[in-house]
Design a protein around this ligand. Structure first.
Ligand code: DGL
Length: 282
């Protein structure tokens, strides 16, 4: 958290948390937030009309992210979770510069967890082309320990496979094998799932990497950090909501039906609807 001063008077305990991703991947982060701080309300935005972000420029991803933050702030959210590695890598600096509420990304917590996990000092990170190209994980991890070697591998086909729901499928298996073989050959002992879509194909990735490789899911670490930060700011919502309360709201930038179906398979909560919004208006 850096940049503008946080304006404490804007922050209410019972306000929702704003979470966003380019599509369904951020649901893996929302799921962890729901598990770890179940009293919190969430406004989720998935940019389904403009996914993938991973093949776009830093400027474009920054512009998209700024629009989404403006949209989420119309709900008076008490914090923003950038539940997308690509947006964290490309846009976090710009977002932090302009925002007066707390903002959390997924990269820093993931980098720290990998640094804690490695024994042989050889960490692999898989992500989108933009995330790997930015070297963001390398920078964060080497700030913690310069002697650790980080091997990045862009896996651009994973996001469309996940968005198409091909989570357990021979096609996904074959593509994962092609991407991961070189990481197996260089003897990493830790692999960061550096894209929020990837925990959804975790079992395939784990099977291919083998038991000796620890998989780090930044979604889990991010929720832990969020809980800690809200606690420190005395912003944890302690009031359990009654039945039927609209605790989680989902917004997308394209057709909502497919998203709702997908979201229900990830967050077993009975999500009835998602609203489509024209994000270009923000
Ligand atoms: N889920 C996103 C990430 O964590 C990005 C996927 C994409 O839009 O390319 O990087």
């Amino acid at each position: 958290m850096a940049g503008k001063q946080i304006n404490r008077s804007l922050l209410k305990k019972d306000a929702p948390i704003g979470v966003f991703d380019s599509g369904v991947g951020g649901l893996t982060v929302a799921r962890e937030i729901i598990r770890q701080i179940p009293n919190e309300k969430i406004i989720y935005f998935g940019d389904t009309a403009r996914v993938p972000y991973g093949s776009k420029s830093k400027e474009t991803v920054t512009r998209f992210s700024e629009q989404i933050v403006r949209f989420l702030r119309t709900f008076q959210v008490k914090t923003i979770v950038v539940a997308c590695n690509t947006a964290s890598a490309c846009a976090l600096d710009a977002l932090e510069r302009d925002i007066d509420i707390p903002i959390i990304d997924v990269v820093k917590p993931g980098a720290k967890a990998a640094w804690e996990a490695t024994r042989n000092g050889r960490i692999g990170v898989i992500g989108t082309e933009a995330t790997i190209g930015s070297q963001i994980y390398t920078k964060y991890i080497q700030n913690l320990n310069r002697d650790i070697t980080i091997y990045g591998k862009a896996c651009p086909l994973f996001v469309p496979l996940v968005e198409e729901g091909l989570l357990e499928d021979p096609v996904t298996d074959e593509i994962a094998r092609r991407y991961l073989t070189e990481l197996i050959d260089i003897d990493i002992d830790t692999l960061i799932l550096g894209c929020t879509h990837y925990p959804l194909i975790r079992s395939t990735l784990g099977r291919i990497m083998g038991e000796g490789v620890r998989l780090v899911n930044p979604a889990y670490e991010t929720a832990r950090e969020l809980k800690e930060m809200l606690g420190q700011l005395d912003l944890l919502d302690e009031e359990p909501l009654g039945l039927g309360s609209n605790r989680y709201q989902f917004y997308v930038s394209d057709k909502a039906e497919k998203f709702v179906h997908f979201a229900n398979s990830i967050i077993k909560y009975g999500i009835l609807s998602a609203k489509a919004v024209n994000i270009e208006e923000y």
